[in-house]
Design a protein around this ligand. Structure first.
Ligand code: DC
Length: 223
């Protein structure tokens, strides 16, 4: 069997603060694979819509914005329509609105196409998001669902960006609720995902485990 770029993917899904970015980046560096943060794509579209003062409830208009935008998401830079929005997309107002934009089916369809094209261009990669295992790369060779208790996830965000742990926990809960109950590709485990609770595991331990699994599956797949 030949493993193509849509299969040579490590799909990492899970709710906010579960450790996806840290683990996905470390794993991609270990394996020499490219890394894609699909959440940054939805955040950049949200930022652009807010910059233009568009009505986020106007689904058609927002979807057209997503189709027309020139978007580059790299390892440490996010550029939309020529503007570096790497820092701006992490601001509280973007975070508060991104779930609404991410529930727009027109936006999701366009992002999905771009994510699949990205994998073709790069020969696969480590890709993090919410629907990567379930919808975007259902044939991924390794599917991972990371989780942790709500308190631990909120505390991680506070450690990264400051703020009040109770307020952040409430905001995360609200976002997870929207992300997991939307009709189009909600946040969910795939039946064949490996579920890892990162609450009581070190980053290195999880990365080691995933590296071994990936290598074994590639050997299996190529034999
Ligand atoms: O991972 P993040 O917090 O940067 O994601 C931002 C938002 O985008 C989050 O509310 C869920 C949404 N998202 C999504 O719906 N599908 C993805 N593949 C990635 C993120």
């Amino acid at each position: 069997m030949v493993i193509g770029p849509q299969q040579r993917v490590i799909a990492i899904d899970g709710p906010a603060g579960a450790g996806k970015s840290t683990i996905a980046k470390a794993l991609s560096a270990r394996l020499g694979m490219k890394y894609l943060d699909t959440g940054a794509m939805y955040r950049a579209v949200t930022f652009e819509a807010m910059l233009r003062d568009l009505d986020l409830d106007d689904s058609d208009h927002i979807a057209q914005l997503a189709i027309d935008c020139d978007l580059h998401v790299g390892l440490d830079r996010v550029i939309i329509n020529g503007h570096d929005v790497t820092t701006a997309i992490r601001q509280t107002d973007v975070t508060a609105n991104v779930s609404k934009v991410a529930s727009n089916s027109g936006v999701r369809k366009e992002m999905r196409i771009r994510q699949q094209e990205w994998a073709t261009t790069h020969g696969g990669g480590v890709i993090e998001g919410r629907d990567i295992s379930t919808v975007v790369f259902p044939e991924a060779i390794l599917k991972v669902f990371l989780t942790a208790s709500p308190h631990i996830r909120a505390q991680r965000r506070v450690d990264q960006n400051g703020g009040n742990v109770f307020e952040i926990a409430a905001a995360i809960e609200q976002r997870d609720l929207i992300d997991s109950t939307r009709s189009d590709s909600p946040l969910a485990e795939s039946s064949d995902s490996i579920v890892i609770d990162t609450g009581n595991r070190s980053i290195d331990e999880v990365v080691d485990e995933l590296e071994t699994m990936f290598v074994l599956r590639m050997i299996d797949g190529n034999s």
